[in-house]
Design a protein around this ligand. Structure first.
Ligand code: NAD
Length: 487
């Protein structure tokens, strides 16, 4: 297999490359795959001074990233693998510092979860995913390789600024691309901090500058400039409905990791204690900022009492209907017959929400809940806060219809707690979500306590699924006619 580097070979290549760079030798031989050699020139990128990847201007960022992309190509798979290693090591080493910085900048979520979201970036897949497909037959051989696009324009959310950036870099660079980020303005300082330190490390170790660029003052205009720039071959959007629709209209190919509103069904065959614990684990994580996080629960009436009592046993607090009304007014506006989420209480602690609802709760309360009907705004809107509406339903079919309506055809994520396999199958078929978790917390769908790998960009809208390096490649075919087949 052409890209199968064993770890020791890789280390040897990189040690050699870095040693020569440090010794001022610009011509480095990087061995790629089983024995092939590539000549690599790691001298400074002519015309693009090192800016640690930070730019005010989108077109300058795209040009610098393009030059870096060409340099990365010269380094082959070994250089990509080295970047992945640098990013993973740096993000883990800086997780406390960067997580705290992001928490202080965005003022949403939970500090310990901001840190752990960075520590787990090790679980994002890298160059090992880039393997060619081959056909061999009477007419010769055909090789399909997963090649880079070039420079990718990436939009990141305020809910996970640095984790999305780190995960995107690992996937995109493993696939051979460079990237220009237009981060959410609310998390832009965190983005600039991480991107500049990551770039400095890449330049120090590989001599490639501006492989990862970031717009220092992102706006809708810089988004537009990135989307229109001819050097940007592909967009990757991680965010809500506004930016997804703007990207789809931009005319540029876009991979869209869009919004969700994950429903949960709890039926009468489920273990109520485990269901309650799992829902709190997933839905309270980082104050419910995760797009996969449990946002509303439909419970069969026959299981309702036991489930609600289990939620209370696990520390969740029932605020009751009067407090839910007060919280609803604090969290949503009603405009033109539609509910609109105000941002002030997004990602805040349960106690802050309780305060806004006019009730009190113990300081360490992980989550609030209240009984609601299936059309309540907390059910149908993606609220991104640790307050879960619990809807009693008369039958599984009713639960299914209500969950389908609440998911709003985002086809993002759904969860079921049940031992009835036919109900699991029915929910999977009806909702058609990208992620479907059975009998676990939503986070299991990201490889955290469930099988699979991690990504912070789940391409729901455009259907690529949980992103990985292959998501950021284009297929190229190479054909040899009548020869090289050996069977
Ligand atoms: P957001 O949509 O407000 O912002 C996302 C990004 O888009 C930001 O960089 C923002 O500046 C930009 N933006 C917003 N509107 C734009 C427009 N019209 N044109 C150009 N750029 C625009 O989202 P957020 O609050 O930062 O993040 C939360 C949302 O993202 C939720 O809907 C959540 O479900 C979703 N999300 C999805 C995934 C996924 O993997 N599918 C991951 C994380 C977050």
């Amino acid at each position: 297999m052409a890209f199968n580097l064993d770890e020791e070979t890789l280390r040897e290549i990189v040690r050699g490359a870095v040693g020569k760079i440090l010794a001022g030798n610009s011509g480095v031989q990087a061995r790629v795959g089983s024995g092939s050699l590539r000549s690599v020139n790691f001298a400074g990128q002519h015309g693009y001074a090192s800016r640690n990847g930070i730019f005010d201007d989108a077109s300058k960022a795209a040009e610098a990233a393009w030059a870096a992309y060409r340099r990365l190509s010269e380094g082959g798979i070994a250089a990509r693998a080295k970047v992945v290693e640098i990013v993973k090591n740096l993000v883990v080493a800086k997780s406390k510092e960067w997580g705290t910085f992001e928490f202080n900048e965005t003022k949403i979520g939970k500090l310990e979860h901001k840190i752990s979201k960075l520590e787990i970036v090790k679980g994002v897949p890298g160059v090992e995913w880039i393997r060619p497909d081959a056909w061999s037959g009477d007419n010769g051989i055909m090789l399909e390789e997963y090649a880079p696009y070039g420079v990718i324009g990436a939009i990141t959310p305020v809910t996970h600024s640095i984790p999305t950036i780190a995960g995107n870099i690992i996937n995109m660079v493993a696939a051979g691309n460079a990237v220009v980020f237009n981060p959410h303005p609310g998390g832009a300082k965190s983005a600039v901090l991480a991107v500049s330190e990551i770039n400095a490390a890449i330049e120090r170790e590989l001599g490639i500058c501006n492989l990862v660029c970031c717009i220092s003052h992102p706006t809708l205009e810089t988004f537009d400039a990135i989307a229109k720039n001819p050097l940007i071959a592909l967009m990757c959007i991680t965010g809500g409905p506004g930016v997804v629709s703007a990207a789809m209209k931009s005319g540029k190919k876009s991979i869209c990791a869009g919004p969700g509103n994950p429903p949960v069904i709890v039926d009468d065959t489920a273990d109520p204690g485990k269901a309650a614990a799992d829902i709190i684990e997933g839905g309270a994580f980082d104050n419910n900022l995760l797009c996969v996080g449990e946002k509303e629960v439909f419970v069969l009436e026959s299981a309702y009492k036991k489930f609600v009592s289990a939620l209370k046993d696990k520390g969740a607090v029932d605020i009751g209907s009067a407090a839910l009304d007060r919280l609803t007014s604090a969290v949503f506006d009603r405009k033109d017959g539609k509910w609109a989420l105000k941002r002030e209480l997004v990602g805040k602690d349960a106690c802050v929400l309780a305060d806004a609802a006019g009730v009190s709760c113990p300081k360490e309360t992980p989550m609030l809940f209240a009984e609601a009907d299936a059309k309540h705004p907390f059910v149908i809107e993606e609220q991104m806060m640790p307050m879960i509406p619990v809807v009693p339903v008369g039958s599984f079919d009713e639960a299914l219809a209500a969950a389908k309506a609440a998911e709003r055809n985002y086809r993002h994520s759904a969860i079921i707690h049940s031992l009835d396999v036919s109900r699991m199958t029915a929910m999977a078929r009806e909702l058609e979500t990208t992620v479907f978790v059975k009998n676990g917390p939503s986070t299991a769908g990201l490889g955290l306590g469930g099988e699979g790998y991690l990504s912070y960009s789940i391409a729901t809208t455009t259907g690529e699924g949980i992103s990985n390096p292959k998501t950021f490649t284009r297929k190229r075919r190479c054909v040899m006619v009548g020869n090289l087949n050996v069977f």
